[in-house]
Design a protein around this ligand. Structure first.
Ligand SMILES: [Zn+2]
Length: 268
C-alpha cells in the first residue's frame, strides 16, 4: 500500500491544524463525495472555500476510483468529517457518488475493486496505527446524514476482506496487447492498454484471457457470438466469474461489449 503524502499531491494547508489526541480516537468513519466526478483537488476546493473555510482537506485519508490513497490530515491532526465528534473519529473519504436517487447527481458505477481494496488497506493501516479505533462505520452511523450512500459497499467493507485477493496477476497488459494485435483483434491498442491499466476488473480479465490463449490456443471463427454466448464461453472457461458485474460494466459501453464478443470468438 502506498499513501500519497500531502506534499506529493500538493495539498493546501492554509493555517496550522489542530493536533489530534490519538488516545481519544475510538472510531473510523467512511464517506463518499456525493459527486460522481470530483477528484481530490475539487474536494479540497470545496473544503477550503467558504462556507466551509477549512484549513485543509477535511478527511484524514481519501481513496480514488483507481485505488490511489491520498493523505489528508493524516494521524496527527483533527479532521472535519463528522461534526462535533472529530476528536474521536478518523475520517476516510471515497471518490464517487454512492447515493442513489439524488436529483442531478448521477450515481457512480459499483465501487471498483481497486478502490474497494485500497479502502480495506487504509482501514487496516489506521487500525494498526491507532489500536483504540475499534468502531468502523459509515458517516450515517455517527450522525443523521445519507453519507456514504445506500450503494456504498459498507457491509462488505466492514468485513475487511479484499476482493480477488486469492488471484495473482502473472502477465502484463502489454503481453495481452501484443497477443491481440498479432491476432488482428484490436486496432486501438492505446485505448485498451489504458483501460486495462485503469480498471482492475478488466486487468484481471486480460490476465485470465491471456493465459487461456497461451495454454489452449484459439482460432478465428466465422461467427461473431452474441453477448450472452460470449459470457457463457468465458464462464465455462473460468475467465469470468462475476457475470452481473460484467453485464453492468458493458451496459452503455459498446466498445467493451464489442471486445468481449470479439475475444470470445477466439476461445476454443
Ligand atoms: Zn460523510
Amino acid at each position: 500500500m502506498n499513501i500519497i503524502t500531502r506534499n506529493q499531491w500538493g495539498a493546501k494547508v492554509t493555517a496550522p491544524l489542530q493536533k489530534l489526541n490519538l488516545a481519544k480516537v475510538n472510531a473510523i468513519a467512511l464517506h463518499h463525495m456525493a459527486s460522481p466526478t470530483a477528484d481530490i483537488y475539487e474536494v479540497q476546493r470545496w473544503h477550503l472555500n467558504s462556507p466551509n473555510n477549512w484549513r485543509c482537506l477535511g478527511y484524514h485519508y481519501w481513496v480514488g476510483f483507481d485505488g490511489k490513497i491520498y493523505e489528508g490530515r493524516g494521524f496527527e491532526h483533527v479532521g472535519a468529517g463528522v461534526a462535533n465528534q472529530n476528536d474521536r473519529i478518523i475520517s476516510i473519504g471515497f471518490q464517487g457518488n454512492y447515493q442513489s436517487g439524488l436529483a442531478n447527481i448521477p450515481l457512480s458505477p459499483p465501487m471498483p475493486d481497486a478502490q474497494f481494496n485500497a479502502g480495506v488497506d487504509i482501514i487496516n493501516f489506521v487500525r494498526t496505527q491507532v489500536m483504540t479505533a475499534h468502531i468502523l462505520g459509515g458517516h450515517s452511523e455517527f450522525m443523521a446524514t445519507a453519507c456514504p450512500g445506500d450503494m456504498f459497499p459498507l457491509e462488505e467493507m466492514k468485513a475487511l476482506k479484499k476482493r480477488n485477493s486469492g488471484y495473482i496477476l502473472s502477465s502484463s497488459v502489454d503481453d495481452l496487447m501484443n497477443e491481440l494485435v498479432w491476432r488482428g483483434i484490436v486496432s486501438d491498442v492505446e485505448m485498451w492498454r489504458r483501460r486495462g491499466n485503469e480498471d482492475v476488473n478488466l486487468r484481471y480479465f486480460y490476465d485470465k484471457y491471456y493465459h487461456y490463449m497461451l495454454f489452449n490456443g484459439g482460432s478465428v471463427k466465422a461467427d461473431f457470438p452474441s453477448l450472452a454466448t460470449a459470457m457463457d464461453i468465458f464462464v465455462k472457461q473460468g475467465i469470468v466469474s462475476n457475470v452481473d458485474l460484467w453485464m453492468e460494466k458493458m451496459d452503455g459501453d459498446d466498445n467493451l461489449m464489442w471486445l468481449f464478443r470479439k475475444l470470445a470468438a477466439y476461445v476454443n
